[in-house]
Design a protein around this ligand. Structure first.
Ligand code: DAH
Length: 347
């Protein structure tokens, strides 16, 4: 029996490394361990082995079986590697220069962001930045948005686990949680806490909400925030600035209107609509573009400004929506797909 087992193993060791393709492998496997295979037939003879020899012979057969399986596994692994290599094609040298080294182009969101910042700089605003990871204080509390406000709900907002640490994002109070900012309004607070009025800042950036992605929603999008703090600032200044920036970006035929609304950080608060029927694909008389209002005295108090001395306005809007209006884009998802056929149109 041992001689027969050794003979089968020797044959397998000689034959299997030469097998190159799957059908050939399957045939070889059947010759050894198929229903009529050599090894199978040998196993069938176990019944004839005298009882007292069975433990010894059994061990030999088991050892041979696992050796045979090793040969089969090795052959199959080699064939699978060869198949993958054939699928991948010729070897690539990643150290060679890219054949497509043409200059890139600006993303449409970058174009709109830069244009808005340019327009606002002309009106005396400077660009301010804030972290995308925020703490509840900057995103909500200091903005007069209490703990039971729907925007703070777990199902609207991405919170980090309680133990998460971000050494570069200072928390204001112990025990508050970190989250991905739901709006750029948090930069208002960071800016005011850093210095004294007068303040005129524009802050574009990425924001995050638990939205299901569709043609007009994305869990990650961009906003542009503005804050002006000075003496004797009025709603008229706010309206004039919005008229100016939208006319500059979208053309002088663009009109704006305010609708009363509620935001915790402004009083009064408005939603801003645009009329821009001269733009491609605009088929509604008024399109909602953002929120605004006069800075609430409670916000000034939170940052230590005297609300009897200082007044101000703030607004925030979605950059995607502006870019969609300007360029006639009808699906927000195009911005994130990196399809060069889409991106090249803005070169
Ligand atoms: N943060 C608001 C939002 O994300 C937009 C907004 C409304 C910003 C009013 C403001 C404001 O600065 O005053 O929907």
């Amino acid at each position: 029996m041992q001689d027969q087992l050794n003979a089968i193993l020797a044959k397998a060791a000689a034959e299997l490394p030469a097998v190159r393709a799957r059908p050939e492998f399957e045939a070889a496997k059947a010759r050894y361990v198929g229903p009529n295979g050599e090894f199978t037939s040998l196993m069938k003879q176990m019944g004839a082995v005298p009882k007292e020899q069975r433990p010894v012979v059994g061990r030999l057969v088991n050892e041979a079986k696992s050796r045979l399986q090793e040969h089969l596994d090795a052959a199959l692994a080699r064939i699978a590697d060869a198949e993958l290599a054939a699928q991948l094609g010729p070897v690539v040298d990643p150290t060679l220069p890219s054949p497509d080294a043409g200059p890139g182009t600006r993303h449409p969101l970058t174009l709109v962001r830069e244009e808005m910042c340019r327009i606002l700089r002309k009106a005396g605003f400077t660009v301010a930045d804030g972290p995308e990871v925020e703490s509840e204080y900057y995103c909500f509390d200091a903005l007069n948005t209490p703990a039971d406000h729907p925007a703070r709900d777990e199902k609207d907002t991405f919170y980090f686990p309680a133990g998460a640490r971000f050494g570069n994002v200072a928390k204001k109070t112990a025990g508050e949680r970190y989250l991905l900012r739901t709006h750029t309004s948090s930069v208002q607070i960071r800016t005011m806490l850093k210095g004294a009025p007068p303040i005129r800042i524009v802050s574009p950036g990425r924001v995050y909400r638990r939205d299901t992605s569709d043609a007009t929603h994305s869990a990650n999008f961009h906003q542009l925030e503005c804050l002006c703090v000075d003496r004797n600032v009025t709603v008229r200044d706010l309206k004039a600035l919005l008229d100016y920036i939208f006319a500059s970006l979208l053309g002088k035929d663009t009109k704006t209107r305010f609708r009363p609304h509620y935001f915790g950080y402004t009083e009064p608060s408005f939603e801003v609509d645009l009329a821009a029927s001269h733009l491609p694909k605009v088929n509604k008389p008024w399109i909602e573009i953002g929120g605004c209002g006069m800075v609430d005295p409670a916000v000034f108090e939170a940052v230590g400004y005297d609300p009897d001395v200082w007044s101000g306005y703030a607004f925030g809007m979605g950059l995607e929506r502006l870019a969609m209006l300007l360029y006639g884009i009808d699906d927000i998802r195009y911005f994130y797909q990196n399809d060069v056929r889409f991106l090249r149109q803005f070169a």
